[in-house]
Design a protein around this ligand. Structure first.
Ligand SMILES: Cc1cc2nc3c(=O)[nH]c(=O)nc-3n(C[C@H](O)[C@H](O)[C@H](O)COP(=O)(O)OP(=O)(O)OC[C@H]3O[C@@H](n4cnc5c(N)ncnc54)[C@H](O)[C@@H]3O)c2cc1C
Length: 585
């Protein structure tokens, strides 16, 4: 029986596990990642890749972010979200989504140095996994997690090498269960869950066919097919999703969860594709087909001692809003620096308690939002008269009635317009993606109240440096070269960062003293004229919400740890207090 020793063992190399491995290796922490299969994702499940997720990739390195842009479909081709009877048939309506609407695009541009892309999971995982392995992760594929036991000093995990059948034991200081929606790690750790699994049934049909003639003039990721008979369980209607424009596709089609999952063979898949595309002669090259369930469940605690769960292991929900992989990667970003600092002895183990405190509310929020988004198709069905039965002739008549020159027809048209526009809570919910604010022992209050959201918090991102929020992005300028640099580029990279203005030079001196005392690599940026970074446009001064002599301390995951409006009487004392508290020292 082989025994392997490592600091962190990661079960799973999906978006959550691969991101954790890449981050830990970047931070210099020894880690092993196992996956029971011989390779990474073989179907393009996740695809909508939001700005916050790209910021994590950017923090891993510009080459990692660039690789994502290289393989991803550009935001400009993502956003004409179409509702139609079939791709060849009548269009019922559409809405601009994923930052395509000019007003939404402006908000995206202001919020982040990164832009959204459509990056299928089959292409995202190799980027993260490759980064991890190149930087030091020991990866073992075809290796299946069986069980774990923890004691005061570490975790002993038993795995099976699926090539030889041999059992291997891996001893680690920490165990991360990134093993997906049926997580055995979560089960074995006895973590509590709220909600239900299997609330709907869906199938994926992944195929190649050139559909350019139906879609290139209205470029989108998602084409929703609403026709009599389409509303069968699952996500509620037929979906034709672009995987690669415009020759590779994924159909998502519901089945009744109370019946056995259907066998999806080539004939069945072709029939569904022909029906949704609206071309009875369509030939497809079937790449894969599988069924999956719609879930509504999240972990109420994501930590049991030295064992952590993340990604779908902790939050299980439908693909609506495209939150799964994005949130999984942000779980990793939250946990990795904490594990690294505890492993290096820079923080006490109590820092790790903040992971669950910060991420469980996010898990609850996204599971609720994703399931609510399914329910919010209801008004579209209602406006079209597609509810309440399977009488196709009646549904047809009701759909046709929206074209009538009658008051009832006008009311139906208005209801449909409103119902489609309301779907921005699924397809353009910038706030859901970007407004995550943490409350835990790893954030120190500055005694200011949390700023209330001035607009709908699900739709609009609101920048703030209130402790716990993500540091606002503002472009500043490199004093030597004049190049634009995001404030987010100045922090992250596994270390704490202090921002101040010229009047706060004493904070900078104090940060160097306290950083040395605590053995921390603490980056310092004094932003102002004739300094390394200059705020020519004043955007940072406006976003920072502090005075010129104040300071903002930012955690390695780019969330604000603490801030001070003005210079403290003893800045070193103030910083020492804050950092000791956050680092549980
Ligand atoms: C149709 C569809 C569309 C989606 N669209 C989006 C989207 O647009 N945007 C988005 O963000 N998300 C989307 N998602 C969700 C996304 O796919 C998941 O949220 C994401 O894959 C979760 O990542 P993960 O790493 O937590 O888990 P997974 O990707 O499930 O990875 C789990 C890993 O654990 C391994 N594993 C499991 N059990 C064991 C074991 N016993 N031993 C060893 N290894 C094990 C697996 O092999 C795998 O490597 C979509 C999902 C579906 C089904």
């Amino acid at each position: 029986m082989a025994t392997i020793d490592t600091d962190v063992l990661i079960i799973g190399t999906g978006p959550a596990g691969s991101a954790t491995a890449a981050l830990l290796s970047t931070y210099g922490i020894d880690n092993v990642a196992v996956n029971r299969y011989r390779w990474l994702a073989n179907t393009p499940r996740a695809h909508i890749t939001n700005q916050r997720c790209l910021e994590v990739l950017r923090d891993l390195g510009r080459e990692v972010e660039d690789e994502a842009y290289l393989h991803g479909t550009h935001q400009d081709l993502m956003g004409e979200n179409v509702f139609c009877e079939s791709l060849a048939g009548e269009e019922i309506g559409r809405m601009q989504s994923w930052g395509k609407h000019p007003l939404s695009r402006a908000e995206h541009l202001l919020a982040s140095p990164c832009h959204m892309i459509d990056l299928p999971q089959t292409l995202l995982e190799p980027i993260l996994f490759g980064t991890a392995c190149r930087r030091g992760t020991q990866a073992r594929l075809s290796t299946e997690y069986l069980a774990h036991e923890q004691d005061a000093d570490g975790v002993t995990t038993t795995c099976r090498d699926r090539l030889t059948g041999e059992t291997l034991t891996i001893r680690s200081r920490f165990l991360v269960g990134a093993d997906g929606g049926n997580s055995l790690v979560a089960r074995d750790a006895g973590l509590p869950f709220a909600g239900r699994m299997g609330v709907g049934g869906s199938m994926n049909i992944h195929f190649r066919a050139d559909l350019s003639r139906y879609v290139a003039h209205r470029p989108s990721v998602l084409y929703w097919i609403m026709q009599p008979g389409a509303d069968v369980g699952g996500i509620g209607m037929g979906l034709v999703r672009m995987v690669r424009p415009w020759y590779e596709w994924l159909i998502v089609w519901g089945y009744d969860i109370n019946e056995p999952a259907p066998e999806v063979d080539a004939a069945f898949a072709t029939e569904v594709a022909r029906q949704l595309v609206g071309d009875p002669a369509l030939e497809i090259e079937l790449l894969s087909a599988n069924t999956w369930t719609v879930n509504n469940q999240y972990a109420e605690n994501m930590q049991a001692g030295r064992v952590f769960i993340m990604g779908d292991a902790a939050h299980r929900h439908p693909p609506s809003n495209g939150l799964g992989s994005n949130t999984s990667i942000q779980d990793a970003y939250n946990l990795a620096w904490k594990l690294a600092m505890v492993a290096k002895g820079q923080a006490g183990p109590a820092l790790l308690d903040s992971y669950s405190a910060e991420r469980v509310p996010i898990a609850r929020q996204i599971v609720t939002r994703a399931n609510q988004s399914i329910a919010e198709f209801g008004p579209i069905f209602a406006a079209l008269g597609m509810t309440g039965g399977t009488d196709h002739a009646r549904i047809r008549a009701s759909m046709d009635a929206r074209c009538d020159a009658t008051p009832a027809g006008a009311a139906q048209r208005a209801a449909l317009r409103e119902a489609i526009a309301f779907k921005r809570y699924e397809f353009d919910a910038h706030g859901v993606e970007m407004n995550q604010r943490y409350r835990s022992g790893a954030v120190v209050s500055d005694d200011q109240p949390e700023p209330a959201f001035e607009r709908d918090a699900e739709l609009h991102y609101q920048a703030t440096t209130w402790p716990g929020a993500r540091l606002p992005h503002a472009w500043v300028f490199d004093g030597a070269t004049g190049a634009e640099v995001s404030t987010l580029d100045l922090c992250g990279k596994g270390r704490f960062t202090l921002f101040t203005g010229i009047g706060g030079a004493a904070w900078a001196t104090a940060a160097r003293t306290v950083g040395a005392e605590l053995g921390l690599d603490l980056a310092v940026h004094v932003i102002g004229p004739r300094r390394a970074h200059v705020d020519h446009r004043g955007d940072w001064a406006r976003a920072s919400e502090i005075e010129d002599d104040g300071c903002i301390v930012v955690r390695p995951d780019q969330h604000v740890a603490w801030r001070a409006q003005h210079l403290a009487s003893d800045p070193a004392h103030a910083l020492r207090r804050v950092l000791r508290k956050i680092l549980a020292r």
